[in-house]
Design a protein around this ligand. Structure first.
Ligand code: PMT
Length: 397
């Protein structure tokens, strides 16, 4: 999760600076690209060479250039995915709360576009001082994250709060902040995926080219965002996504039964499966023998699962359908949205290169009941999954 993430770690002058070396080491081992800024005070406690060795990057101490050859280091270092200050002394909290930028670290904090994670460490009276508490409150108001310091015996000999949180705790907080948003926690999401198989005889079936990639990406994305996910999957060659309840089915009728069983508990349903509209009216018990020049297989209608869900839908449930079209994309998709009483329709023109069946990418239009249509460019199905979930979330009452 942290692999390739650019993290700037600011270390200030506290006895706990040695613990920051452990934080740097954990981040580097997790594959993050860690750049350390040390204040003059920090250099009194730990040598910059320690951090350089642990991160494989030069350590920055000078506002006016220096290590790494960066001309305006505070602007470059502020472009990190996350800026972490650990340990954060009362002094750096005060400077950050009041917008001072008189050294490399405080200038980098000022230049940061996103939230900064501060991990305070100091003497208990300094921590309780109303000025420090007001500074922490101001930083939180500005959208920064300030970790609670630990309690216990402090380096100065006093007891109380002010200990730097353990490196593992800081590492976990960084991973949480850089991980996917947990904006689907508490929601139950039902996803369908893959192409159903309608048996002709014991060795043959009617199916389609669905690989399941779109539906599996949706299930995986919803689970990563904290949802409890049930994936009703027709046969695919994909590994089941971790942390997802998977119900394997083959035919449209089996998918219908499984989906209806799980539907009442679902808050959001996304129907990415390619369901056969027709099935052989009879499945031969034995393998059909090659006889005449032609063979006629009579087909009968399968249940329309999405239509049935639209009929049963409760006001709190969001129903997302797909439309795989080869012509009249918008007209057909709008008709399906209305007929099936869906809240959102994801329309893919499966004739376009990079869209639809089998590909790792897709090109879709999101069609809302309001009539609004959002054209999305070619993108990975994994990225599209998040866009569809964002749209579904925006429709919740
Ligand atoms: O699996 P991939 O290789 O990643 O490909 C992704 C995909 C192309 C299969 C996917 O993006 C997609 O478009 N899925 C829907 C395909 C489809 O069956 O479209 P449709 O227009 O025939 O059906 C419209 C909607 O009704 C779909 O949500 C479908 O799941 C649903 N339906 C259809 C028939 C039926 N009997 N019951 C249904 O619920």
């Amino acid at each position: 999760m942290l692999k390739g993430k650019f993290i700037t770690l600011g270390v200030t002058g506290s006895i706990a600076a040695y613990k920051a070396a452990e934080v740097a080491s954990l981040l580097a081992k997790a594959g993050a690209d860690v750049h350390v800024i040390m204040t003059a005070g920090a250099c009194k406690f730990v040598a910059p060479a320690t951090f350089a060795a642990l991160t494989g990057n030069p350590v920055h101490t000078d506002l006016f250039g220096g290590a790494g050859g960066r001309l305006i280091p505070h602007i470059e270092l502020a472009k990190a995915h996350l800026l972490v200050v650990a340990p954060a002394t009362a002094n750096i909290l005060a400077k950050a709360a009041h917008g001072l930028g008189d050294d490399l670290l405080s200038a980098t904090i000022l230049a940061a576009k996103g939230p900064v994670l501060f991990c305070p460490a100091m003497n208990v009276q300094m921590y309780r001082n109303p000025a420090t508490q007001a500074n922490i409150a101001a930083l939180k108001r500005y959208g920064h994250r300030v970790l609670e310091p630990g309690r216990g015996q402090l380096a100065c000999g006093e007891q109380g709060e002010g200990r730097l949180p353990e490196p593992e705790e800081i590492f976990e907080e960084i991973a949480r902040l850089l991980g996917p948003a947990q904006d689907m926690r508490g929601l139950r999401v039902l996803v369908t995926a893959g192409g159903t198989r309608e048996p002709i005889d014991p060795v043959r079936f009617i199916s389609n080219y669905s690989s399941g990639k779109m539906g599996y990406a949706l299930a995986r994305a919803a689970a990563a965002r904290g949802a409890a996910v049930t994936l009703v999957s027709a046969p695919t060659a994909l590994a089941p996504p971790g942390g997802v309840q998977v119900v394997f089915v083959e035919t449209a009728q089996q998918m219908y039964e499984a989906v209806l069983e799980h539907f009442p508990q679902a808050d959001i349903v996304v129907k990415a499966a390619a369901v056969a509209d027709y099935r052989p009216a009879k499945t031969a018990e034995q393998k059909i023998k090659k006889e005449g020049e032609t063979l006629v297989i009579e087909l009968e209608r399968n249940p329309d699962i999405l239509f049935e869900l639209g009929r049963r839908k409760q006001p709190h449930q969001v129903l997302v359908g797909f439309a795989a079209e080869t012509e009249n994309l918008l007209a057909n998709a709008r008709r399906k949205l209305a007929e099936k009483n869906a809240d959102l329709l994801v329309a893919n023109d499966v004739t376009r290169p990079g869209a639809g069946f089998g590909a790792d990418t897709n090109i879709v239009k999101l069609i809302y009941r309001s009539g609004e249509t959002v054209d999305l460019p070619l993108m990975e199905k994994t990225a599209l999954a998040d866009r569809i979930l964002d749209a579904a979330l925006s429709l919740r009452e």
